[in-house]
Design a protein around this ligand. Structure first.
Ligand code: PLP
Length: 375
């Protein structure tokens, strides 16, 4: 449970820096209260039609973009289950990318893993070498590794895959799309997915994705695609402005409202704002002796993982910030004890990030005082 009202605040005063779910604007929360409708009614088709007009603009595709009533992980599975018989090449340089590889194995698909050390980006040259060893059906890659704050060069990786194989490029853009540049069509991506609770700044529970004609063609050739996550069904219903099963209507109301907001801000402006937040954190870290975990040049614009200076305990810093009523992200997985993580994505702004960084200074001062005070 959060120790304060996480919906509180307005630009400049947001205190919620979890790397997802993120802070949600009050107007979006209000939109959740829309009336119930049959999802086979004209009113629903009008709502879904509006979403279908706007969503592809965020994914930068001239094709359709979709929603699915799952968290983002559901689309990892939909892509693999619907359109791939194997082998799969899983690129892993953090907790999420490695988990996608594990999913592929659990589905019984022949899966090879190409790993980079946590904190380092995947090398497109290494991908090229691996592609020369086998004919892969798909390559899975995470664009922005939320566990480490590394942004992989998705454009370069996709180009290497397209130039050297027929493999589909499945891109987890969970903490990139709507926060930093993702070009579904121009980069030749075959599935691009995210969850509502990240840079789209919606409540959790809805997956959003785009897919290419190549993905659909591969899916249509696959005999057993399951039912709930069948991309062919999802696309067929989308053509009727519907979903195959009951959609999470309340989140679709919120998405409709939030897409207006995102497009009014301008998608490129949104990328600029996120880059400014990244740069603000990086400059502060350099001034205050924090080490960025991501290799230089591969820092994600939406999430930063950093190691505090010697003598500052990361877990104690997180605890102190929490007691000061800030919501922070601790280091993820094996980095929990050593790193602090800041989610600077969605509708948060530079001024709020600056206040949050100032709070780190206050927290460290309080920790020093406590350590220096007599028992
Ligand atoms: C990069 C990345 N991929 C996948 C996921 C899983 O998303 P979900 O919990 O919405 O399924 C996350 C969640 O934080 C993530 O950051």
């Amino acid at each position: 449970m959060t120790n304060f009202d996480s919906t509180a605040g307005s630009p400049g005063q947001i205190r919620f820096f979890n790397p997802g779910p993120v802070w949600v604007r009050p107007q979006v929360l209000q939109a959740l209260t829309g009336p119930m409708l049959s999802h086979r009614s004209q009113a629903f088709m009008d709502l879904y039609g509006r979403i279908q007009d706007k969503l592809p603009r965020v994914f930068r595709t001239s094709g359709r973009a979709h929603t699915l009533a799952t968290s983002a992980t559901g689309v990892w599975e939909a892509a693999l289950v619907s359109s791939v018989e194997g082998p799969v090449l899983s690129l892993g340089n953090g907790a999420f990318s490695e988990k996608w590889g594990e999913m592929s194995q659990r589905l019984g698909l022949e899966t090879d893993t190409l790993k980079a050390e946590w904190g380092k980006p995947i090398s497109p040259d290494e991908v090229k070498k691996q592609l020369a060893t086998k004919k892969y059906a798909a390559v899975t890659v995470v664009h922005s590794e939320t566990s480490t704050g590394v942004l992989n060069d998705l454009a370069a990786i996709a180009k290497v895959v397209r130039d050297n194989s027929d493999a589909l490029v499945f891109a987890d853009c969970v903490t990139s799309v709507a926060g930093t540049k993702v070009e579904t069509d121009a980069w030749g991506l075959d599935v691009v997915l995210t969850g509502s609770q990240k840079a789209f700044a919606l409540p959790p529970g809805l997956a959003l994705f785009a897919m290419s004609e190549r993905t659909l063609a591969a899916a249509k050739k696959k005999k057993f695609r399951g039912l709930y996550l069948d991309l062919v069904d999802i696309d067929a219903f989308a053509q009727k402005k519907q979903t195959p099963t009951t959609p999470c209507l309340s989140l679709l109301y919120a998405l409709d409202v939030q897409l207006d907001h995102i497009l009014a801000e301008g998608i490129e402006n949104r990328w600029v704002r996120h880059e400014a937040m990244r740069a603000t954190v990086a400059a502060w870290a350099a001034r205050n002796g924090f080490t960025l975990f991501a290799q230089k040049g591969a820092e994600s614009p939406t999430v930063t993982s950093m190691i505090p200076p010697a003598g500052v305990n990361a877990e104690e810093l997180n605890k102190t910030l929490k007691s000061m009523k800030w919501t922070t992200g601790s280091g993820y997985g094996k980095l929990k004890a050593t790193n602090v993580r800041i989610g600077h994505m969605g509708d948060v702004d530079v001024a709020s990030v600056e206040s949050y960084l100032k709070a780190h200074e206050e927290a460290m001062a309080a920790m020093r005082n406590k350590a220096g005070s007599p028992a």
